[in-house]
Design a protein around this ligand. Structure first.
Ligand SMILES: CC(=O)N[C@H]1[C@@H](OP(=O)(O)OP(=O)(O)OC[C@H]2O[C@@H](n3ccc(=O)[nH]c3=O)[C@H](O)[C@@H]2O)O[C@H](CO)[C@@H](O)[C@@H]1O[C@H](C)C(=O)N[C@@H](C)C(=O)N[C@H](CCC(=O)O)C(=O)O
Ligand SMILES: Nc1ncnc2c1ncn2[C@@H]1O[C@H](COP(=O)(O)OP(=O)(O)OP(=O)(O)O)[C@@H](O)[C@H]1O
Length: 535
């Protein structure tokens, strides 16, 4: 658990702000406290437990567990009970025997949580910029680009999201300081992580804001000053019910009154709704990849407009002219795909909102790397090898289309589909692969409890359909190599000068889930090692 150590005086002050006055005995008891958690499993003699309402359960169900782990303070949110006033009780536990625990019940603790943490950790006030990135695709990439650029220009930065909590320093090192359980961490964990980051001097932070996270209040009251919206496409309808509700959940990010700067993808129709939802203190900036966007009319309603022209897709990445309003800059990015230009524009728009110099941004940009396992260029010599997380039909299509633009020779794809999950996507992915790649190598992904050969058969059924439509295109270009290592090795050893090999599905993951066992398989490391030999 990432957590900055609290001062006893701050703990006592924060509790007094909740409306409690404590006896000397109670104050002495609380002098052992070094931090707070909302997860009973992390409670300990030095970690107090906050029992909060969740989506399906209340944290109070876990109070006994926190006590058994020796916590000395429990603060329970009592909003939905009959209580309309706070209460305080000193308890004596049986396990551990005769230990004192102070139990406070607070009406609307959730609503007071941010100010409670602001008192515990005054450093939460010291951030230079906290950016929340939301959208169906691109959150991880934008957060990573933001943190990499900030570290390179300013010295230290961090990102929080699907890849965990990553710190970046100007030595170019990226360190994972906390593994991720969710894309957007639970609120208390997030507050703890931010307090730790601020204490360590990481004052520029990008947080991935999932629609679930926003709706469940994981970001409520956080000192976020900049919001980025990347795009909206179909996803998570099981949770949100409709696209309208899904879009609205994302836009609810704007209800955070700390947010001053809002950056939208002007090419996504949803951005019009973002514009309508702005609060009075929020200023809008945006970016567009469309060559004929009505930039003058955009400029009239936006603080800054970012656009590009003359994009060239070369084997070492992208070259283009970047415009901030009328001012032009020449940019080189070692990245693949137009969507990564959009992700880059989103990240730099955030910096410009924080008044970071555009010349410094342009200078740092060629050093930018793809987010771990997201269209990441692993090798680029006579051929180019890309590792990407795409594991849905649409993502595979996008990744292949993006790779094609950088391909002078043949485009290879190595991929498989997961077992015991959505079977319908298998033939679709097969059909897309044969349509958009020149050489298709089918292999296993997380086959779970299914036989890899059965999954490959399902994928092949989509390829067979494609074949009847365009037999000559499909003929002889598909092979199955079930062992993923062998499949990757075959592609890398066969690729010729000017070819691009896209290895899709695993991205940053470092295992293969086979028959209920997670077998160690770090595709990025494996590819890097092979590339030295073959590429
Ligand atoms: C449906 C859903 O979103 N549930 C989320 C929700 O669970 P919940 O409120 O029901 O929490 P709970 O686990 O029942 O616990 C209730 C309370 O008891 C506490 N507790 C719980 C267990 C325990 O042993 N001890 C304990 O103290 C919890 O800390 C919490 O305060 O709050 C938890 C803490 O924030 C989340 O971990 C959990 O995410 C579940 C695991 C999940 O899978 N969520 C997915 C849908 C999700 O959020 N995905 C998005 C990314 C989507 C994408 O873009 O791909 C994400 O941000 O990860
Ligand atoms: N701006 C974008 N628009 C469309 N597709 C994108 C964009 N950025 C990335 N992608 C594609 O989506 C995949 C996931 O990208 P990324 O991880 O940055 O998004 P995300 O929103 O964090 O999604 P996830 O939560 O699944 O990680 C990438 O591998 C890439 O193929």
């Amino acid at each position: 658990m990432l957590c900055a150590k609290v001062d006893t005086s701050q703990v006592l002050l924060a509790i007094s702000h909740l409306g409690f006055s404590l006896s000397e005995e109670e104050q002495l008891l609380l002098s052992a406290i070094e931090g707070f958690t909302a997860d009973s499993r992390q409670a300990s003699p030095s970690i107090a437990f906050l029992a909060l309402q969740g989506v399906s359960r209340h944290g109070r169900e876990f109070i006994e567990q926190a006590k058994a782990l020796g916590t000395v303070l429990i603060i329970e949110d009592s909003s939905e009970s009959d209580a309309d006033t706070n209460s305080k009780q000193m308890l004596i536990t049986s396990t551990p025997a005769d230990k004192q625990v102070l139990h406070l019940s607070v009406v609307n603790l959730a609503g007071k949580l941010s100010s409670f943490f602001a008192t515990l950790y005054p450093q939460l006030d010291g951030f230079k910029q906290i950016v929340a990135v939301t959208g169906t695709n691109g959150k991880t990439s934008v957060a990573s680009f933001y943190a990499q650029l900030a570290a390179s220009i300013i010295g230290k930065a961090a990102s929080i999201g699907t890849l965990g909590t990553l710190t970046y320093d100007n030595d170019g090192e990226e360190r994972c300081v906390q593994e991720a359980e969710n894309t957007t961490p639970e609120r208390v964990s997030l507050l703890n992580q931010l307090a730790w980051l601020a204490e360590q001097g990481y004052c520029y932070v990008a947080i991935e804001a999932s629609s679930h996270g926003i709706e469940q209040g994981r970001l409520t009251g956080l000192p976020i000053d900049t919001a980025i919206f990347t795009n909206l496409s179909q996803d998570h309808l099981d949770y949100h019910g409709s696209m309208q509700a899904y879009g609205a959940a994302k836009r609810a990010l704007l209800n955070n009154t700390h947010i001053q700067n809002v950056i939208v993808n002007f090419d996504d129709p949803e951005s019009a709704l973002w514009q309508q939802s702005l609060q009075s203190q929020q200023r809008l900036s945006g970016f567009t990849l469309l060559p004929n966007a009505a930039k003058d009319s955009l400029s009239s309603c936006m603080q800054r407009v970012f656009s590009v022209s003359n994009t060239q897709y070369l084997s070492d990445g992208l070259y283009f002219s970047l415009f901030e309003s009328a001012q032009a800059y020449s940019i080189h990015l070692g990245l693949i795909g137009d969507f990564n230009i959009a992700n880059y524009l989103a990240a730099i728009a955030a910096f410009r909102a924080a008044s970071v110099d555009m010349e410094a941004i342009a200078l740092a940009s060629p050093r930018l790397k793809g987010a771990k396992g997201r269209m990441e260029i692993m090798a680029s010599h006579h051929a180019q090898v890309i590792v990407d997380f795409a594991h849905t039909p649409d993502a595979l299509k996008q990744a292949l289309q993006a790779s094609r633009k950088h391909t002078k020779g043949s485009l290879w794809v190595v991929f498989g589909c997961g077992g015991n999950r959505d079977k319908e996507k298998r033939p679709l992915m097969g059909s897309i692969a044969v349509q958009f790649a020149d050489k298709v190598i089918l292999t296993q992904d997380n086959s779970r409890f299914e036989k890899p050969e059965d999954i490959v058969e399902d994928v092949l059924s989509g390829i067979a359909e494609g074949e009847t439509k365009d037999q000559s295109a499909a003929a002889g270009k598909v092979i199955s190599i079930l062992d993923r290592c062998e499949a990757v090795k075959y592609a890398l050893s066969s690729a010729q000068v000017g070819d691009v090999v896209l290895i899709a599905g695993k991205g940053h993951e470092n295992y293969l889930d086979i028959q209920g066992k997670k077998i160690t398989y770090d595709e990025r490391a494996f590819v890097q090692q092979l590339a030295e030999e073959y590429i």
